[in-house]
Structures are given as structure tokens and as C-alpha cells.
Design a protein around this ligand. Structure first.
Ligand code: GDD
Ligand code: MG
Length: 369
């Protein structure tokens, strides 16, 4: 059985990181997100996937081309030349699917989950529905597809991105589906079509859309807040899917100065340098070749490859893009997101979800949020 992974979106809510790195490849504990997705599908017993690509397809294909450990898990790529939406992207993957294979798993390529795919497949087989969608509960359903079900798990309403006054339940679409092949016939080819706004409401009206509620770990990594939370969860083992979990990932290439404090859970990629008295607080992840200066502090953050945090600077709960330089005594906190190669001059203070575009240079002490 195969899956279609929808990974063609622009990741606009995760900009400026996604200007260079597609959302599908943002690292969690120094492993690109797609690594978790493929593990999830393999755990569920699937033997291959078609990636439905659009935005930045090349790095995603290059990532898989480099992986030599997929033993028999087949991968195909369907690349669209313009965004076709979630159903259009699925339709575009159809030539790589074999109708005789029976039902098909479809996943949004940005959900991190400990869900047991086998249970979902079982629920689908038992109900005989044309489509079974996984539901999870969230605090605020307005950023998701709200789903009303009855006690038999029959879907009565699917409402994508409800307004606050339309919220009637906290059960939402988790972006993991099992579809019978005939659902593909409902999708017109070469057109932009949304599975959530067009196909699911139609299946619901036909009475053939079922739901399977899951209480397993689940998170959509598509915003800075949820990406950071997912990173924290993966670092602390909260997703619950990794055997032999280690709280401190570090290797012999790391250079650690006098009085440096490294507080797990931490993931440190090769070739990082920690200068005297630096502190790297728990739930941080540092990419390859980062430098943390004398007395600097990094806490609860994702720092991507080659970033430099200069002496005395503080980075808390933020995402630092590749090759960024955070100047001496600067403070970056409160879910700030810095694009690749940005330079934060000495003494600046960045807070409240501030986003700095790639390559932007902030003069010393020019910002104090
Ligand atoms: N191929 C292709 N083409 N893929 C796309 C396109 C497209 O035009 N647009 C989006 N995708 C992919 C994205 O890359 C992502 O992996 C997935 O489809 C879902 O798109 P998002 O943009 O992340 O949607 P969302 O998070 O706002 O909402 C969706 O996910 C929620 C759960 O996380 C919906 O399915 C909601 O109903 C759901 O609750
Ligand atoms: Mg999403």
C-alpha cells in the first residue's frame, strides 16, 4: 500500500525560514522533517509513497536521493508547475498509483504524529466508507478543518478554517486520510482543487465520509510556534516513537570551552564550537558548524547550520536561520524568526515574534522591542 504525501505548499507561515528550506525539510533534532514522515508511514506497514511537490521540489528530492537506508520503501515524485491545492496535488500524483492496490493513504506533509496508522486502516476497512479521516483535538480549531461527527463516527460537517463563532467542537482534521481509489475520480485534473473545501464536503453530503478519532501525539509544524513546540517535544521524547532515545546528541567534533554548560535535552550537530562560559539550555537544537560565543546563552531554540551567536548574546525560544550572525550582547527571544544570513548588530533586542528576512543587516542597537 502506498501513500501520497502532500508537500507542495509554500510554508508561508514559516517564513523567512521557508524561503530557502521547504517546510518538509525543516529539521527537528537535526533530522529533516520528511525523515519523521517516512518513519511514520513505514511503521504503519506502507511500502512506498508518492511525493506531491510544487514549491522548492529540488532539495526534497535531493534529500531522498542521499538516503541510502530506505530499504525497499519506494519513492516517486509528482511535481506540479503551479499550485494545484491539496486535492489537485493528489490528482497530479495519480499516474504513480496503481488502482489495483486498493485504498490509499494521504497525508499532509507537515504533521508530526505518534498515531498508529494500522488502527486507522482497520477503522476504514470496518466502516466500508469511501474515505476515513483522522481527527485530533486542539484548543483552537480556527486554524484547522473543523469536523462534526455523530456517535457512529459518521461526518456531519466539515468546515475548513471556521470563524470563532462557528466553532462547535474541538475535533479537527489531522491531515491523515484513507481514501478508496474512486475518490480520485471526483477530482478534476489540472485544476486547483481543495480536498478540504470541495471533496470532503461532497463526500459528507453523500454520507460516505467517516472519521477516526486519535488521542496520539499530533502537531502541525507549520508555524514558528508549532515548529518550536514540535522541536521541544522531539528533543524530550514526547512524540514517543523513537526507540533508544538519547537526551544529549553530541559527537567528538564538538569543541567545548571552559565552564560551558550544556543542559539536556539537546541535539548538537557536528563541528559546533562553544566558547568559554557559554550556556546552552534545554530543548535546543544546533545545526552543523554553529559557534556559541563566550558567555552567550541559547535556550529552547532551533539554531540552523553555521549560525554564530556572539559573546554575551542571548537567544531564547526563537528560530535562528542558517549562517545568521547574532551580534555581541544582542537579545533574540519571544518566537523571533531570523532568515538565512541575517546579521543582528550588537546590542539589538528582538522580541514578540519579530521576523527578519534573509540577508537583512540590523545596525548595532537599532531595534529595541
Ligand atoms: N502538492 C501540493 N500543492 N501540496 C500542497 C498545496 C498545493 O497547492 N498546498 C498545500 N499543500 C500541502 C502543504 O505542503 C502541506 O503539507 C499540506 O498540503 C497542508 O497544507 P497547509 O497549508 O499546511 O494546510 P493547513 O495546515 O492550513 O490546513 C490543513 O492541515 C490541517 C491539519 O494540520 C487542512 O488539511 C486542515 O483541514 C487540517 O486541519
Ligand atoms: Mg499545515
Amino acid at each position: 500500500m502506498k501513500a501520497v504525501i502532500l508537500v507542495g505548499g509554500q510554508g508561508s507561515r514559516l517564513r523567512p525560514i521557508t524561503y530557502h528550506i521547504p517546510k518538509a525539510l525543516v529539521p527537528l533534532r537535526n533530522q529533516p522533517f520528511m525523515g519523521y514522515m517516512v518513519e511514520f508511514l513505514r511503521r504503519g506497514g506502507l511500502d512506498g509513497a508518492v511525493l506531491s511537490l510544487g514549491y522548492l521540489p529540488d532539495p526534497i528530492q535531493a534529500y531522498f536521493a542521499d538516503r541510502k537506508d530506505l530499504d525497499g520503501f519506494s519513492l516517486d515524485y509528482a511535481v506540479e508547475d503551479r499550485p494545484l491545492g491539496t486535492a489537485g496535488g493528489l490528482k497530479n500524483a495519480e499516474p504513480y498509483l496503481d488502482r489495483g492496490d486498493g485504498p490509499l493513504v494521504v497525508v499532509n506533509g507537515d504533521v508530526l504524529t505518534g498515531l498508529d496508522l494500522g488502527e486507522l486502516l482497520e477503522a476504514h476497512r470496518e466502516s466500508g466508507a469511501q474515505a476515513t479521516i483522522t481527527l485530533t483535538s486542539v484548543e483552537d480549531p480556527t486554524a484547522y478543518g473543523l469536523v462534526e461527527v455523530d456517535s457512529e463516527m459518521q461526518v456531519h460537517r466539515f468546515l475548513e478554517k471556521p470563524a470563532y463563532d462557528e466553532v462547535t467542537t474541538n475535533l479537527v482534521n489531522a491531515g491523515i486520510y484513507v481514501l478508496e481509489p474512486e475518490v480520485l475520480e471526483m477530482i478534476p485534473a489540472d485544476q486547483e482543487v481543495s480536498i478540504e473545501r470541495e471533496i470532503f464536503p461532497e463526500l459528507q453530503a453523500r454520507g460516505t465520509l467517516r472519521a477516526h478519532v486519535s488521542s496520539a501525539y499530533w502537531r502541525d509544524v507549520g508555524t514558528p510556534r508549532s515548529y518550536l513546540m514540535a522541536s521541544h517535544d522531539v528533543l524530550s521524547g514526547a512524540v514517543g516513537t523513537e526507540p533508544g532515545f538519547e537526551y544529549l546528541q553530541i559527537d567528538a567534533s564538538t569543541k567545548v570551552g571552559k565552564g560551558v554548560k550544556l543542559l539536556p535535552p539537546l541535539s548538537i550537530a557536528p563541528d559546533c564550537v562553544f566558547e568559554e562560559g557559554a550556556t546552552v539550555g534545554g530543548r535546543s537544537s544546533l545545526g552543523r558548524g554553529c559557534r556559541i560565543g563566550r558567555g552567550a546563552t541559547v535556550e529552547g531554540s532551533v539554531v540552523l547550520d553555521g549560525a554564530e551567536i556572539e559573546p554575551g548574546a542571548v537567544v531564547r525560544g526563537s528560530v535562528i536561520g542558517p549562517e545568521v550572525r547574532v551580534g555581541q550582547d544582542a537579545i533574540v527571544r519571544g518566537l523571533s524568526v531570523l532568515g538565512a544570513e541575517a546579521v543582528i548588530g550588537e546590542g539589538n533586542v528582538l522580541d514578540q515574534g519579530l521576523r527578519v528576512n534573509p540577508g537583512v543587516v540590523l545596525q548595532p542597537r537599532s531595534l529595541n522591542f
